[in-house]
Design a protein around this ligand. Structure first.
Ligand SMILES: [Zn+2]
Length: 436
């Protein structure tokens, strides 16, 4: 048992910035090189800061829970911060950290594909490690949750790609238009962690389109990108009932993916009524909180449905119906229900966390649309390292802390302790990371 005093002492000794680097190095030893090598379109003769300085500073801003760019510039304006960044990046000299205007200029000109490539590098490294194999669905498929969310809302037109929604005041008949940016996310489920593997912005091609972009259209673009990036990765799409439709089923067939989606009556009525009829007949003989039917015919295919009755937090019961092309058996039924229900993680650990607790992704760090997208991708990149750091670092696992405390501890270490040569020799040694 660790006493409270021992705990306090251990905490005082801990250099959280160093712990963060340990995890970053363990999982992504080429990350810094990747940051250095992004294609930089700036005029080379005016450059003071390389892409690695800018991108690493942004990752630290996100890790440290600093919500605005101005906040970051103030917090990082310390010799210790500059020296730490110089050492981590292996630079001969670094006089200042980039000002937020410099960062936003850079991000406005950076092709979003560059940051997508860095995220792909990270995900591929994680899959190579084989430490997460036990989380595959049916020992084979990686669960990938798909969901969309709103990022920014404006009362005036922001750019030609804005989604528009018209609201009418019922009493006055007055119309107001909201301009919005939404994103569709694909997140890999790895136990308690969800890692972004693809982001597709839901956006109009131009102002003059007759039909606006929507989540399902964006899904087809996102799926194509994921297929091209992770060609042979066995994936099981976890979606809400919007995804329970022919176009998604046939896309999964084409890509050799599986699907496991929430299902609601209105989505495909014929399937639902057949399922209900079989259920009524069967359950007159046998009451079971978990019920499934395989091989319900739909178009040229067969689908499998299962329903589970579960108690909600307020003591009521709720029925969950899922549709899948994985054969349901007595052995796997409960695990499949659990996999289907893991979709809530994208709302909690995913969006809510990124909106309210961690990075304030609804706050626009820049007015420029490309920079907005790059800021979003930098949050997704940071969030992968952040989860590995919080769930994998032995010191963070033993000390219970809130999200705020974790980020402010990291910030304090970064601002007050300069990494020593000894720290760096430790960083080059391999470590063991366990997620239990
Ligand atoms: Zn816009």
């Amino acid at each position: 048992m660790v006493t409270r005093k021992e705990k306090r002492n251990r905490e005082k000794e801990t250099n959280y910035f160093f712990e963060f680097l340990k995890i970053q190095k363990h999982f992504f030893k080429d990350l810094i090189n990747n940051l250095k090598n992004v294609v930089d379109h700036r005029h080379q003769s005016y450059i003071t800061y390389g892409p690695d300085v800018i991108l690493f500073t942004m990752i630290l801003k996100n890790m440290a829970g600093l919500k605005s760019m101005r906040n970051m510039s103030d917090s990082f304006n310390k010799d210790e911060c500059i020296e730490n960044v110089r050492k981590v990046l292996g630079l001969d000299s670094l006089e200042e950290l980039p000002h937020y205007d410099t960062i936003n200029d850079f991000l406005s000109g950076l092709d979003v594909h560059e940051l997508e490539k860095i995220r792909t590098y990270m995900i591929k490294e994680l899959l190579k490690k084989r430490s997460f194999e036990s989380y595959r669905i049916e020992g084979k498929y990686w669960g990938v949750i798909i969901d969309g969310t709103g990022l920014h809302t404006f009362h005036e037109k922001h750019c030609e790609h804005c989604l528009r929604r018209v609201f009418m005041n019922k009493e006055t008949g007055e119309k107001t238009v909201l301009y919005m940016h939404h994103v569709l996310e694909a997140k890999l489920v790895v136990g308690d962690m969800v890692f972004s593997i693809g982001s597709e912005f839901i956006e109009n091609e131009s102002e003059n389109i007759t039909k606006q972009d929507c989540e399902l259209k964006a899904f087809h673009r996102l799926a194509e990108k994921i297929k091209q990036t992770f060609k042979r990765l066995p994936i099981c799409i976890l979606g809400d009932s919007l995804y329970a439709c022919e176009s998604v089923f046939s896309l999964c067939d084409k890509y050799k993916w599986k699907y496991l989606c929430r299902f609601k009556e209105g989505r495909i009525r014929s399937i639902f009524s057949e399922f209900k009829a079989i259920k009524e007949w069967e359950q007159s003989k046998n009451q079971n909180p978990l019920f499934w039917v395989n091989d319900i015919a739909y178009n040229a295919r067969k689908v499998n449905l299962m329903e589970s009755t579960m108690e909600t937090e307020d003591g009521k019961t709720k029925e969950y119906v899922f549709i899948t092309d994985i054969k349901i058996t007595k052995k796997n039924a409960e695990r499949l229900i659990a996999a289907g229900r893991s979709r809530w993680k994208i709302e909690n650990q995913g969006f809510n966390e990124q909106k309210n607790n961690r990075y304030d992704i609804e706050h626009a760090n820049s007015e420029n649309y490309t920079a907005m997208k790059n800021h979003y991708l930098l949050v997704q990149i940071t969030d992968i390292i952040r989860q590995l750091y919080e769930k994998g670092s032995s010191i963070l696992k033993t000390i219970k802390k809130t999200a705020k405390e974790k980020s402010s501890n990291l910030l304090e270490s970064f601002r007050t302790r300069i990494l020593t040569d000894e720290d760096f020799s430790h960083l080059s040694k391999p470590i063991q990371v366990r997620f239990t």
